[in-house]
Design a binder for this molecule. Sequence first.
Ligand SMILES: C[S@@+](CC[C@H](N)C(=O)[O-])C[C@H]1O[C@@H](n2cnc3c(N)ncnc32)[C@H](O)[C@@H]1O
Length: 244
Amino acid sequence: MSRGKKMARFAQNSQAENIIEPGKPLFEYMKGQWGKEFFKNNNPIVLELACGRGEYSTGLASHYPNKNFIGIDVKGDRIWKGSQLALKEGLKNVAFLRTFILELEKFFDEGEVDEIWLVFPDPRPRIRDAKRRLTAPRYLKLYSKIIKKNGLFRLKTDNTNLFEYSCHIAKLLGMENIVSTDNLYQNEDLLAEHHGITTRYEKEWNAKGMTIKYLKFTFPSELIQLTPEQEAESNAQDSEEEVL
Ligand SMILES: C[S@@+](CC[C@H](N)C(=O)[O-])C[C@H]1O[C@@H](n2cnc3c(N)ncnc32)[C@H](O)[C@@H]1O
């Protein structure tokens, strides 16, 4: 994308009422205030992490008018797309937050979130990047601080290593009601939960012949404490791509 086009999008973002980003007055004040200050209701809050163009935030918002959706990504030129679509369709139950996911605690109070979607996050195949995977223990611990007990987490990915890693970490941390499939499109019941919404990355990888994997679980009231050895292993999981 040209620099000019990016700048034009950033300018629109700065005016968009459904984007919370650095420099806007609400940016500093959202923690614990999403219902009161932004959505003006007490409906459940659903996050789409690493949302890119926010296909799930906007798509699910149409299906569930009584839930509030917040797409979170650090890239303004991507959330621009979801923001503009939500404005065009008059979706009042969608917001976009431009920030790093590690900063979530600055924006959400304990138990403020009801559900989290993580859709096609970067797989981070290199061993030294394992701790940057958005399902690494430090991230799941972070999510556990802002999500309600029994809050639902869902991951969608094409990447086998990330999928297996995430299933493994979920079990290690004592997540409950774990359900997974390595071929979502072959599982009618689980597929129905997606309402036919596909993201840009999903389309790309599916077109390349990759099966779509899906993992969901609920957060327990307390996570299992990992031993130092388990922590070290989780942050440096091997992967086929690293070896190849
Ligand atoms: C592979 S793309 C997937 C986008 C979208 N979910 C989809 O399926 O099309 C990953 C996205 O995660 C965002 N991202 C990666 N790490 C992030 C982080 N730590 N905090 C916020 N956003 C992040 C990137 O900016 C990018 O938009």
